[in-house]
Design a protein around this ligand. Structure first.
Ligand SMILES: NC(=O)c1ccc[n+]([C@@H]2O[C@H](COP(=O)([O-])OP(=O)(O)OC[C@H]3O[C@@H](n4cnc5c(N)ncnc54)[C@H](OP(=O)(O)O)[C@@H]3O)[C@@H](O)[C@H]2O)c1
Length: 309
């Protein structure tokens, strides 16, 4: 099958022919229709993740997938060939990915694509949506609480802005002037913090005593902690824990994305209901994925989707 891979440690994305996988016991093969780029993929290409996660090269890039069930492994019930499904490929050692014509995943990891959700959107929802829901759950914003989201213009952040605003939080979103600012405003941010300017001054003007909670998706976590009111909540997807907070009087809540199918299906339902938007900015074909990575690295906003086939 055709797939976009990283051939060896630190190797850039390239289109290649690789063996088509088969579903083993408890697994399902999906004919992939769509996927998307995530910060995770950039970290794989850079070689950064190899110290943390075992890789089996070539690694097919792309964590997200949406498509149709194509083959059922032994012992799988509850799914039939042709069912529309989506989810996140996170099997170890890292080898399989969504930037290929087929992907094999555990049946237990599959979420169903509801009526009314197109596969391109479903293929851009999985990892970013699950991560956004997890960080917003972690800080559990109360109505009226001021919440700062650092990295708000990315895939995770752009969905986290919406979920936090939907809970009634007053959302401060970091963005550069231009497309990023327009995006986070449209998605419900109450204030935009120009990340190229005086961040401390801008936040202090809105929340003189500090914000109640902050979501760390990019930038310096300790500078972010300085902006939180004493005793406030700090969550991150980047592994900064309480023990590293030192002098900062904050409650650190480091999390990883909860990828359970029930949560993915809840997000999908919110998208169909119009309560959450997956802000796909551009759609690339599989052979254009190397260019998509270049665009992602150069600074993109929202989600970059990929169509396969
Ligand atoms: N642990 C987990 O389970 C998990 C799950 C999902 C994601 N993650 C991680 O979470 C992070 C966000 O993921 P993502 O997919 O949303 O990545 P992304 O799409 O690259 O989003 C990051 C955003 O932050 C912006 N940014 C960069 N430096 C900044 C700074 N100093 N201040 C404010 N904003 C800044 C980026 O803008 P530019 O593009 O203009 O630089 C980009 O819009 C990544 O590091 C990813 O690996 C972890």
């Amino acid at each position: 099958m055709r797939a976009v891979i990283s051939a060896e440690l630190g190797a850039a994305a390239k289109l290649a022919e690789v063996p088509t996988p088969s579903a083993g016991p408890g697994e399902v093969r999906v004919k992939v229709a769509a996927s998307s780029l995530n910060g995770f993929d950039a970290a794989v290409i850079s070689g950064y993740l190899a110290a943390l996660i075992e890789h089996r090269f070539p690694v097919v890039l792309g964590r997200d997938f949406a498509g149709a069930v194509d083959q059922l492994g032994d012992g799988v019930d509850g799914f039939a060939v042709g069912d529309a499904v989506f989810g996140v490929v996170l099997t170890f050692p890292l080898h399989a990915g969504g930037f290929g014509e087929y992907v094999v995943v555990p049946a237990a990891s599959l979420a169903r694509v509801p009526d009314g959700l197109d596969l391109t959107t479903a293929g851009a929802l999985g990892l970013a949506g699950a991560a956004a829901a997890t960080v917003v759950d972690a800080i559990a914003p109360q109505p009226g609480e001021i919440v700062l989201i650092a990295g708000a213009t990315g895939g995770v952040g752009s969905i986290a802005v919406q979920l936090a605003a939907a809970r009634g939080a007053v959302v401060l979103a970091t963005a550069e002037p231009g497309a990023g600012t327009q995006l986070v405003r449209r998605l419900g941010a109450h204030y935009v913090i120009d990340r190229t300017g005086d961040i401390i001054g801008q936040v202090a003007a809105i929340a003189p005593g500090g914000v109640k909670a902050a979501v760390h998706l990019a930038g310096d976590p300790f500078a972010l902690a300085e902006l939180i009111a004493p005793g406030g909540r700090f969550t991150t997807l980047l592994g900064v824990g309480q023990d590293q907070m030192g002098v900062h009087d904050v409650v650190a809540l480091p999390v990883n994305a909860d990828l359970a199918p029930a949560g993915l299906e809840d997000l999908a339902a919110q998208v169909v209901a119009g309560r959450v938007e997956v802000p796909v900015q551009r759609i690339y074909h599989l052979e254009e994925v190397p260019q998509a990575f270049a665009d992602f690295a150069a600074g993109s906003v929202g989600k970059l989707a990929v169509r396969i086939g």
